[in-house]
Ligand binder design. Structure first.
Ligand SMILES: N[C@@H](CCC(=O)N[C@@H](CS(=O)(=O)O)C(=O)NCC(=O)O)C(=O)O
Length: 235
């Protein structure tokens, strides 16, 4: 498990505080669109954390020690407790750190619920992309074309919804960067890395421009997804 302290927020902390500050830990993987959501949120909120990079598919992973579902991201708290499932981690951070930038509008229930609906669709696209990615890894003759077609329909349907919702706006909710933009930006960044051949940018030019604008934010620049080498056979 590779470890790196997230330098951005620490640069703003007085030196003495850095040594005494017990650090949140985030178990992550370099390509993970789910983990990227949490990384972006922590950076945007300027909450210091230590990044622990894992390959959850390898037999050597420590992920199961922190999540009975054996999935990352996992946020490991100062008291050793772990918080898992990306949408819940974001809800946890939003609720527990109230004196920092908020991802959801405080006085707009419908706006907050819509942001969560965008996250549902973005995460659903990620789920379909992950299933598609691993189906494509199967040996010739063992891949199900019907199964892959079903996942592609979910991806395309989700992208159509995101494109319709964003239109030519800068952000999804109340013209303010927030949860919906983290979720949508993360899945669009994942598409670029894992499925560069997908034609979504030609099909939805506004969505492409929206994604390019988000990638200019420091929190996105610091968390660009990278493919990972999986040592063990996925079983
Ligand atoms: N719904 C989960 C999905 C997390 C997930 O699937 N993580 C993958 C890694 S990655 O696809 O995000 O890179 C994982 O740990 N997979 C291991 C496993 O499923 O056993 C979330 O939002 O946190």
């Amino acid at each position: 498990m590779a470890s790196v302290r997230n330098a951005l927020p620490l640069l703003s902390l007085p030196q003495a505080h850095r040594r005494s500050q017990k650090m949140l830990k985030l178990i992550s993987a370099t390509p993970s669109p789910y983990a990227r959501k949490v990384r972006i949120a922590l950076i945007e909120k300027r909450i210091p954390f230590e990044l622990l990079t894992e390959v959850p598919w390898d037999s050597t992973t420590q992920t199961p020690q922190y999540n009975p579902l054996e999935k990352l991201p996992v946020l490991v708290l100062d008291n050793g407790k772990s918080v898992y499932e990306s949408h819940y981690i974001l809800e946890f951070i939003e609720a527990k750190y109230t004196n920092v930038m908020q991802l959801l509008p405080r006085n707009d229930v419908d706006g907050a619920l819509f942001a969560k609906q965008v996250e549902v669709v973005a995460d659903g696209i990620c789920d379909a992309l992950v299933l598609l990615f691993f189906e494509k890894q199967k040996e010739d003759g063992k891949r199900s074309e019907e199964w892959m077609a079903r996942q592609r329909r979910k991806v395309d349907g989700g992208l159509k919804a995101l494109a319709a919702w964003i239109g030519d706006k800068k952000f999804f909710v109340n013209d303010t960067f927030g949860l919906a933009d983290i979720a949508a930006g993360s899945v669009l960044g994942y598409l670029k890395v894992r499925f560069p051949e997908h034609s979504w940018r030609e099909t939805y030019p506004h969505l492409a421009r929206y994604s390019e604008d988000l990638e200019e934010r420091q929190s996105f620049k610091d968390t660009v997804p990278r493919p990972q080498t999986i040592s063990d056979k996925i079983v």
